[in-house]
Design a protein around this ligand. Sequence first.
Ligand SMILES: O=C(O)CNC(=O)[C@H](CS)NC(=O)CCC(=O)C(=O)O
Length: 265
Amino acid sequence: MPQLAAIQMNSGADPLHNLQRAEQGVQQAAQQGAQLVLLPEMFLSLDGQRYPAIAADPQYVQIVAGWARQYKLWLVAGAVPMTSPDGDPRVRSASLVFNDQGELVARYDKIHLFDADVGDAHNRYRESERFAPGEELVVVDTPVGKLGLAICYDLRFPGLFQRLREQGAEIISIPAAFTYTTGEAHWQVLLRARAIETQCYVLAANQCGWHDDQRRTWGHSQIIDPWGQVLSELADEPGVVVAELNAELLVDVRRRMPLEQHKRC
Ligand SMILES: O=C(O)CNC(=O)[C@H](CS)NC(=O)CCC(=O)C(=O)O
């Protein structure tokens, strides 16, 4: 059965250092037989001041594409800063999907931006100051199933997930930098709810620990099956979580309880 993997990181500001640690994670996932691997949100750097320079330099994306080719796996570069196609000076937070040849096959730009007062040490999150929102939903064919893309704060908007399911999603990837405070309160409940409602596999890769700017993230990256069962979960240290995708289970859950056909609104 195909293997899914999510990489949990404690990204600092320096992209070169983060690249090294991300590659270690990808290598570890490959050794465990992973075919579809997810990196967390802003794994290249969690320092907002660096996002424009990262977006302007294609070498970062080329390096990540090279891992997909080298380790022969499909790799979702959870979210990286990318130039806005419409000329907005703000970057976009983009999820990039590479096939096992290292070719870019899909890009999803985060739609919901996290502007919230969390009440933690960092407190005031204003993602829209640095990032412009995306507009389009993305579902992409992979050898392990149809993959729907979402990012972090999107997790709180179930309508997006309903539409990914309508467009055929069987697996949904959620790279994140979910805060410690909101993660402790909501992360797993939301992830399991999205898996149960959409009857999809949910692959969630979070940041963990303290970062360079008084931000603390929750970790607890995990893989959940379409019945809502947590197959594998990390605590709050960097690492890799791996689980099998059982295509029969997915069909069975949907056949026994055909939510898609019963939906009336
Ligand atoms: O802005 C950056 O530097 C990189 N982006 C992030 O860390 C984003 C926006 S601040 N984080 C989230 O969306 C967390 C959502 C969350 O924690 C919740 O919904 O509770």
